[in-house]
Design a protein around this ligand. Sequence first.
Ligand code: F6R
Length: 256
Amino acid sequence: MKIAILKTSADIGAYAADIIENRISHGRMKVLGVATGSSPLPVYKELAARRLEGLSAVSAFALDEYVGLSPSHPESYHAVINREVTKPLGLDPERVHVPDGTATDLEGACAGYEERITAFGGIDLQLLGIGSTGHIGFNEPTSSLSSRTRIKTLTPETRKDNARFFTSPDEVPTHCLTQGLGTIMDAKEVVLIAQGRSKAKAIAGLIEGPVSVMCPGSVLQMHPQATVILDEEAASELQGAAYYKYVAENLPLWQR
Ligand code: F6R
């Protein structure tokens, strides 16, 4: 796992955008996995500013969607991805996929989503945030480490965290469709971003805790190509923070 502890949100956006730009320029970015929420916003901002030509040919798959919110609801992940990702990055809307949280057959929609990811050749790079519960995607604690896209119940804590996007906390849906931990682990590369004190415990669990269903993000310890990009506050509970900075300052030649 590669760990970067950076000063500002702009530094974080630039660091992740460099990775994505590098993969595009080496022809290694056909399918980008995109996350919603606040964490990846600096990355989208930076990518939009760079106006990368190669992005228009990239397909995208979202991590998750609320159950029961119409795609026209401004906080449905269909709408959020369209507003924050598809439009500013100049992606082709035909190539941007979000699970269908309004399907009559939700299980069928989940199975179909997995098939679509496979048909597109799998996800080359998955962007991730992490919830205060340790969730990635919406895989809340006790999610199976090998889970696939399915229906999940959001924890009250996650609903509370996400209430800031809605006019009242009761409006936050109770259920979602989310890529599973197994689906996320199948991405060839993952890049997770976390900022702020509220993420410090989850980040400590992800990087230094045991691999455990109680901190679903910890499964990324088993991923062969994972990068975690943090600010100082999100890194504040890491026992090894000084060492991770030392490693970043002393990268071997082939990683520079
Ligand atoms: C979003 C997602 C979630 C968020 C997480 C953090 O698609 O899957 O895992 O990344 O809840 O949310 P923010 O970034 O808003 O703190």
